[in-house]
Design a protein around this ligand. Sequence first.
Ligand code: 4NP
Length: 196
Amino acid sequence: MCASGDSLANLCGQSRERGAPWAPAPRGRALSGATRQHARMKVLFVCLGNICRSPTAEGVVRAIAAREFPGLMLDVDSAGTADYHVGEPPDRRAIAAARRRGYDLSGLRARQVTVADFSSFDYVLAMDRANLGELERVNARGRAHVGLFMSFTPGLEDEVPDPYYGGDADFDRVLDLCEAGARALLGSLVGRLGRK
Ligand code: 4NP
């Protein structure tokens, strides 16, 4: 019903007005045949505002991939389920915490998830269950595997907690989780591509 490129806000707004139950999108799907044919992988990280957690994941994964997984052809991006901060740079506390560990987030700008993202990315990875729920509510039938970023690191927390109303320690915790999640995700991608 919704044209490709419609925002989540529009789609979710319609859903809430009608009070219509939306079927959850399939989760934990294996990579599609189309995905397996392409060595380049595309990963989108999703949080609420796209100014704290998902841009941190984007910057950390991009840097660790370049440094530790140079053979992996990877495109990373991030987006928010909400449109509150579209066009803004990451939160200054996120930029500062990342900078202390050598990651530069300053050039990133927030955007909102679109329906097209579910087709153009191989993985759409939410930072917490609430945002995963928002993604599932849209039920866009794309090729992407939609799940939790932290599902790649069993044994750690399964969500990256929202640091927006927290302090420096909360932003450092986001970085700890993103670094662990990045290495687990990248190792998994390399393993999958190697098994093709
Ligand atoms: P994020 O954090 O989802 O990790 O970017 C937040 C950013 C902004 C808001 C909440 C969480 N906010 O309410 O504006």
